[in-house]
Design a protein around this ligand. Structure first.
Ligand code: SF4
Ligand code: SF4
Length: 216
């Protein structure tokens, strides 16, 4: 899931500036699960904006990142001066494309792709590198969960199973070792992994994916 965090109210008010009629749009998917941009949070933000003197209403769609879910918003958006999207950055951009005559402000900071690991705690698990290799590492992503993205073993700085760069996080290589050990696969770590092909990653610029069998 995509994890995000709501911007501070002060920042949202600054973004809105002189725009006083506002529609807050929540998203019913990832940001609902991470408790930052769903129906409840949209209601809460609209109510805070009203207390601050704005004329604010709220609505939540199933998914802001797919335009078909945004079509029914047309009538709601037409009379307002501005929209605050509580979706991830994809949802904000989808709204901006669909309603291009309106200002659409991001109400969230999109943070990472991750997993809820306990109540109120989310952790980054994937960087979308474009060529998944987790099967070689016992299902633990070294790109994302190792602070140095190491593919051929730990850096040597780990202490008590924790990362030397971020000592409040597990060392990914400790997790990899433990997982492979539990699967009787530790000897696989002796295989030297070739350099990863980063041409599929974000570092190659804006990516696209097409499915020939689905194109019209
Ligand atoms: S290897 Fe790449 S695609 Fe797979 S989990 Fe890690 S970052 Fe994501
Ligand atoms: S301590 Fe572990 S997770 Fe941290 S950088 Fe070194 S190998 Fe990677």
């Amino acid at each position: 899931m995509i994890v995000g965090e709501r911007k501070p109210i002060r920042e949202i008010l600054e973004l809105l500036g002189d725009n006083t009629t506002v529609l807050v749009v929540g998203c019913g998917s990832c940001v609902t699960v991470c408790l930052s941009g769903g129906e409840r949070e949209a209601r809460e933000l609209a109510s805070i904006l009203r207390i601050r003197g704005q004329s604010a209403r709220e609505v939540t769609v199933e998914r802001q990142c797919e335009k078909e879910f945004l079509l029914p918003l047309e009538k709601e958006i037409e009379p307002v001066q501005a929209v605050v999207s509580l979706a991830c950055g994809i949802g904000v951009q989808a709204m901006s494309e669909m309603f291009s005559s309106h200002r659409v402000f991001p109400g969230l900071n999109t943070t990472f792709m991750g997993m809820p690991v306990e109540q109120g705690l989310w952790e980054e698990y994937c960087s979308g590198c474009g060529e998944c290799v987790v099967h070689k590492y016992g299902g633990v992503c070294p790109v994302t969960r190792c602070a140095k993205s190491l593919f051929n073993g730990p850096c040597g700085g780990s202490q008590a199973g924790l990362c030397e760069v971020k000592p409040d996080r597990d060392c990914a290589w400790q997790l990899i070792y433990d997982r492979l050990k539990s699967q009787n696969r530790v000897e696989e770590l002796l295989q030297v992994q070739p350099p990863k092909d980063w041409s599929f990653s974000r570092s190659g610029g804006h990516r696209k994916m097409s499915r020939e069998d689905m194109l019209l």
